[in-house]
Design a binder for this molecule. Structure first.
Ligand code: HGY
Ligand code: MN
Ligand code: MN
Ligand code: MN
Length: 394
């Protein structure tokens, strides 16, 4: 039986209804939110309808298991605090459709907290043994809620962890989330490798004071330290980085965050990514040194939180070649091999079994935004490549 493109698109739109928000097709479905848990319940029913045994593990990773040894397909169904409808969802619904129609044993997974409310690709990192459950339970989100507390929201649905040795490999279909395929008017990316990442919370502690009476030279302003830090690392990174290197201060919390008060404390996220672990380490040195120098010169103190990270990882050659063969069949001359600058569950799973990924284009290269989208023809092309590769791999 061949995949049914209409059913696949209809299910993608149904999943979007859980947490539908914002303009266009945006979703708000962060890990363990009501929308996320309801979406997982719906997915669990879909898995059962497809003849799979659905099982949620203690952290909320949801599996639809085929009998015996199978290939695992999937991605994640949680979203960023402001996310698009395809990030993660495409790989999960594509997996479901291939499982429904393939004559090979295919299992499906939706990993939990890929979007890192509590860190980086939390659910798959735990499943693949990259982080222990005890360690993960101590991670906190930006509001101070602990992972161990948040995951209680699914404790009534949860069974044991699924044994990874029953899977022969993992394939994750995903949107590219960048401009390469869209610009080149190509349909499929076969991923060669995934970047490494480091993520750390940094705090500048200054002196909260009156904004009218405190002379500029006496201030110990935590916001000004953060602003100086942001500008200074850009300068210091200049001779080190490549076009693939990126860094982001994406979350900032100022205390007490009022117009007439000199900021006493600035807490912010510092994240950096690159394909080379040595460069990531050099960047860490620069980040720590710069923050310490800026704090010292302005009479502040600086604290560094626990650094989370994942190493760069290469995709499995045999699986990637199978995807490349299928891509050439489905979209002759309109595909390429390419690296991934986004993180994926595939990074963790690659530590324990052969893994590969395929991308479809993101219109305008937009993702982690409500207006993320992909042409239907490209979504369907991705589905066909996944189907064809699964049947070729066996
Ligand atoms: O941030 C990432 O790369 C992923 O989408 N969580
Ligand atoms: Mn994703
Ligand atoms: Mn994402
Ligand atoms: Mn006053």
């Amino acid at each position: 039986m061949a995949v049914n493109a209409e059913r696949f698109l209809a299910d993608l739109h149904k999943l979007r209804q859980f947490g539908a928000a914002g303009v266009g097709k945006g979703v708000v479905r962060p890990a363990y939110s009501k929308a996320d848990i309801e979406a997982r319940a719906w997915l669990s029913d879909k898995m059962a309808e497809a003849g799979l045994t659905s099982r949620m593990d203690p952290v909320g990773n949801l599996f639809g298991l085929a009998e015996g040894r199978s290939i695992l397909l999937g991605s994640h169904s949680d979203s960023q605090p402001e996310g698009g409808w395809l990030d993660g969802a495409l790989g999960v619904i594509g997996a479901l459709e291939v499982a429904r129609s393939s004559d090979r044993p295919v299992s499906v997974v939706s990993f939990q907290d890929e979007e890192g409310r509590f860190g980086v690709t939390t659910g798959s990192a735990i499943w693949a043994g990259q982080v222990s459950l005890e360690e993960a339970d101590r991670l906190t989100d930006h509001t101070g809620v602990a992972f161990g507390e948040a995951r209680q929201a699914v404790s009534h649905l949860a069974g044991d962890f699924v044994d990874p040795t029953s899977f022969s490999g993992f394939i994750e279909m995903h949107i590219e989330q960048g401009p390469t395929l869209d610009t080149a008017e190509e349909q499929i990316g076969v991923v060669t490798d995934i970047v490494g990442i480091r993520d750390m919370r940094i705090t500048f502690n200054g002196r909260q004071n009156h904004a009218g009476t405190t002379p500029m030279h006496l201030r110990r302003d935590a916001f000004q330290a953060l602003a100086a830090f942001s500008a200074e690392i850009e300068t210091r990174f200049r001779n080190l980085v490549t076009p693939r290197t990126v860094w982001t201060i994406g979350h900032v919390s100022l205390h007490p965050n009022a117009s007439s008060i000199v900021t006493g404390r600035a807490v912010f996220s510092m994240q950096w990514r690159d394909g080379d672990s040595d460069r990531l380490a050099r960047m860490e040195e620069i980040i720590r040194l710069t923050a310490q120098e800026i704090a010292a010169s302005r009479g502040l103190t600086v604290e560094f939180g626990k650094m989370l990270g994942l190493e760069p990882v290469a995709m499995d050659r045999r699986l990637a070649n199978a995807l490349a063969t299928s891509a050439e069949k489905v979209s002759p001359g309109r595909w390429r091999r390419m690296p991934s600058g986004a993180l994926h569950d595939a990074t963790n799973v690659a530590r324990i079994m052969p893994v590969s990924m395929l991308f479809v284009p993101s219109i305008g290269g937009i993702s982690h935004a409500f207006d993320e989208d992909t042409d239907e023809a490209d979504l369907v092309a991705g589905l066909h490549v996944l189907e064809d590769a699964v049947s070729a791999i066996g």
